[in-house]
Design a protein around this ligand. Sequence first.
Ligand SMILES: Nc1ncnc2c1ncn2[C@@H]1O[C@H](COP(=O)(O)OP(=O)(O)OC[C@H]2O[C@@H]([n+]3cccc(C(=O)O)c3)[C@H](O)[C@@H]2O)[C@@H](O)[C@H]1O
Ligand SMILES: Nc1ncnc2c1ncn2[C@@H]1O[C@H](COP(=O)(O)OP(=O)(O)OP(=O)(O)O)[C@@H](O)[C@H]1O
Ligand SMILES: NC(=O)CC[C@H](N)C(=O)O
Length: 574
Amino acid sequence: MPQLRIALAQVNPTVGDLAANATQTVAWTRKAAEAGAHVVVFPEMSLTGYPVEDLALRATFAEASRRMVDEAAVSLADAGCGELLVYVGYLDADPAGPRDAAAALWQGEVVARQFKHHLPNYGVFDEQRWFKAGRTLDVVRFHGVDIGMVICEDLWQDGGPVSALGAAGVDVVVSPNASPYERSKDDIRLPLVARRAAEAGAPLVYANQVGGQDDLVFDGDSFVVGADGELLARAPQFVEHLLVADLSVGGGSGAEGTFGGLAVRRRVLSAEPVPGYERAVPPVSEPLSDEAEVWSALVVGLRDYVHKNGFRSVIFGFSGGIDSAVTAALAVDALGPDSVHGVSMPSRYSSAHSRDDAAELARRLGCHFRVEPVEDMVRVYVDGLGLSGLAEQNIQARVRGMLLMSLSNQEGHLVLATGNKTELAVGYSTMYGDAVGGFAPIKDVFKTHVWTLARWRNASAEKRGEVPPIPENSIAKPPSAELRPGQLDTDSLPDYAVLDDILDDYVEGDRGYAELVAAGFAPETIDRVIRMVDRAEYKRRQYPIGTKITFKAFGRDRRLPITNRWREGEQRSL
Ligand SMILES: Nc1ncnc2c1ncn2[C@@H]1O[C@H](COP(=O)(O)OP(=O)(O)OC[C@H]2O[C@@H]([n+]3cccc(C(=O)O)c3)[C@H](O)[C@@H]2O)[C@@H](O)[C@H]1O
Ligand SMILES: Nc1ncnc2c1ncn2[C@@H]1O[C@H](COP(=O)(O)OP(=O)(O)OP(=O)(O)O)[C@@H](O)[C@H]1O
Ligand SMILES: NC(=O)CC[C@H](N)C(=O)O
């Protein structure tokens, strides 16, 4: 039976940096060559990065991407990797329009080229705006093995391109992917791909991107399944990795023609099987636990946003509360303590424990910390403008926001916003105040989940014999914005456990009023929450982006009009 060693290059490309991504392709192919691989599979659009969004519509970018594929083929050959068959992803364009494309490179040339067939157009994806769909499948015979390819969403279609490849006959299917992380998505992908392998009647090689890109983070988790769906190899999540797997597969006996409406083309590169060699046992990495997975997603999303945008450090307010404490622990895990600057900005309403807890947090993390009282600055506005009530309360948050932005301008740190998904949902933040910043690491984490993550992070530190980073007091105390004497979040909001349950149903589940009542929530609480959520749309639009970890994150996943008189449960007939 012919053998083939396949390497999955789980890399972290940077959108738009064609030259760096091509250099990365050569470097990782070299590693694959050293590992004795015959075939290397990179993620979807690995030369351009993913998603390129409206860059896809720029003719100059598409042209540069097409040129880079040819240059990459030559560079690979020049680097002594010409005998490896290398699958890369890139942006193509032809008279029909832009294409999400993959190419097979061999001996300095592009030997196969295929466009994505199914263009996802839901959630965060707008691919029908960006690309035209392909209609062909390019199979190559390499070392006597027929290799077909499909790109990401093509795998998610029952009876799609994979079943066409199965009908045409292939020995292996390789698949470049850029599948963004969402909680528990890995539990869906593996059985899905196993079903596709059965449909193809061949092993399936699933190579996924890793790393952060704006509000998306990719977990990698690349793997190989056999024709029977058995998991043969699996890469670790959230790190760049070269996964190498040996496959013994049936030798090329497929047909050309039209299958499932798609034209299957074939090209023979080399009919001779590779001489027998000793197979290695491929590694099967264990997936991370639920909380470790979310934590890693938030760390990688933050780190890549900061570094890929040219920053070396971040700054934000340390209030002694749980949100800024979790943000600080994430920032230190992502960037190291020397790149994190905490600022305590006490006002007349700040409690002694909030200052102490903030200082203790900084001590435990070993990050930079300073105290900048805001009382005098606040007084200038309050007295000068005659502010009172909510206006007086909010000016404290606004002075803090201005102070942080000024330090950012002066010292070059990126400002982080510390708001969580619950606050964002109900509009519980001050615009141009605690909502300022360039990136919001926990904006897709519900408040109750913030506490869970804090406890998990402390417990995992303890297990390693390290100091738990988050002061116990920040976890245990009742949350307060401290904008007026004795203020508690629960003065304005329902209890967070109830609130998060309703939000989960209304925001994530898109449930209607009657369904929320049927779920057992008190009608007056539902009314109140729905009104707060709907009214806060304008605030969310102005909020910084942050890493998506849920099925439906605020932003591209949930696009609602701001000017909107529809209210659940308030419909009247004429
Ligand atoms: N549809 C619309 N489109 C565009 N802009 C709109 C708007 N509706 C109001 N606005 C503007 O928004 C302003 C109101 O928003 P804003 O100034 O932010 O103020 P607002 O939402 O009225 O008050 C902030 C709330 O968040 C709470 N808070 C603040 C800070 C931190 C925390 C925390 O615990 O983390 C909580 C605070 O206790 C208070 O309940 C209006 O004065 C108006 O200028
Ligand atoms: N006294 C303060 N010193 C420094 N930063 C502050 C202070 N008060 C608020 N902030 C900043 O504003 C954010 C909003 O905090 P606030 O105390 O209003 O409520 P919160 O949403 O419960 O946040 P946290 O749990 O971090 O306190 C904080 O996370 C922090 O970054
Ligand atoms: N890039 C894509 O086609 C991604 C879509 C796919 N359903 C996924 O999230 O895995």
